[in-house]
Design a protein around this ligand. Sequence first.
Ligand SMILES: Nc1ncnc2c1ncn2[C@@H]1O[C@H](COP(=O)(O)OP(=O)(O)O)[C@@H](O)[C@H]1O
Ligand SMILES: [Mg+2]
Length: 385
Amino acid sequence: MCGVGPNRRLVHAANSPLAAVLEALPRVSQSRAPVLVTGESGTGKEGIARLVHELAPWSRGPFVPVNCGAIPTTLLESELFGHVRGAFTGADRNRVGRFEAASGGTLFLDEIGETPLELQVKLLRVLQDRVFVPVGGSTPKSADVRIVAATNVDVIDAVKRGRFREDLFFRLDVIRIELPALRDRPMDIPILAQHFIALHAASNLSNVDAISDEAVDELTRHAWPGNVRELENVIQGILVLKESGRIEADDVRAKLGLRSGASLARGVAGSGALSASQAARYGGATSHAARSAPAVNLPAEGLSLKETLDRLERDYIQEALTRANGNRAQAASLLGLNRTTLVEKLRRMSEAAHPPGGLRRRAHDTLGSDGQAELALDLLESLTQ
Ligand SMILES: Nc1ncnc2c1ncn2[C@@H]1O[C@H](COP(=O)(O)OP(=O)(O)O)[C@@H](O)[C@H]1O
Ligand SMILES: [Mg+2]
């Protein structure tokens, strides 16, 4: 365990891949070389960045985070480098940017992969020359900061596709820290669950202080597309409802069952797994598109929310079944569902589309009900709807 802020610690099991990552941090933190933290959303990238700062000789200096993906392009330059009075309409005084604010400390550039190309050039210049010029200014200022950048997109892929400058990537990728997804370190789930119970029980007016082995097993079966953040939210959600005792498997099942749709939309869409046509249909659900356009596409004449959500659910289920080659247990795990929940959903979808006596009944009679036949039917049904 290591400290990140007063009540924030990064916890892990002794045999977790995270242990090796943390072991290297004290050494990494001594250097001024840029650090690039990669990992899916919710894996703890910001936590690691803070730790790199806290372990550094300049830990008394500021730690300044900037979310490069959340700030509109037009504002990001002034946010990073500041501006001088009169630089643009509304700039009625000088403004200190984050580079200057982080002077003598650490500047955390979060979601660096989302930085617009024109700003990437300017960042590259700062990294090369260690100076920057505020917007509208002419005097360079020195950038005395340690840079830690984080990205949840595959930057290497972005570099190949020309969305991220290769030269900037090499400047940032001096020390790489790769955080594994939670599904690849299930040994951390028990200690993380216990940690979040201890962290959040009191503020949720709950006396819960433990979790049963069965509940942990249930947690371990989930795919965690939102990683540790999602686990933290699930535990917190359970604590809100439960006053005392320990967390049981039923609490976990109820919580995961209720929120499986939402976690799927975030997880799968966020990782870019939605096909282009699906993304277009749901109004650009990829993380990048969602920022530049409204997250959803609500027609002027309105829509039926139920039908839209049903269609979204059907598409995800179909995609998961295709990827899992018709294996329902695997498809269920991809969707963060119990197998029985998925089977039940398929049964309901099938009944809605084809009342008893319809296609599925006839196909069953001729083909039997093995996995491949079921997959063929699932796909056929979704095509004929
Ligand atoms: N190993 C860990 N131990 C305890 N809490 C963690 C751990 N990893 C992540 N968290 C918590 O999960 C949440 C998401 O972590 P964060 O660092 O913001 O992830 P990211 O930046 O990769 O999206 C935060 O509340 C963080 O404190
Ligand atoms: Mg983050």
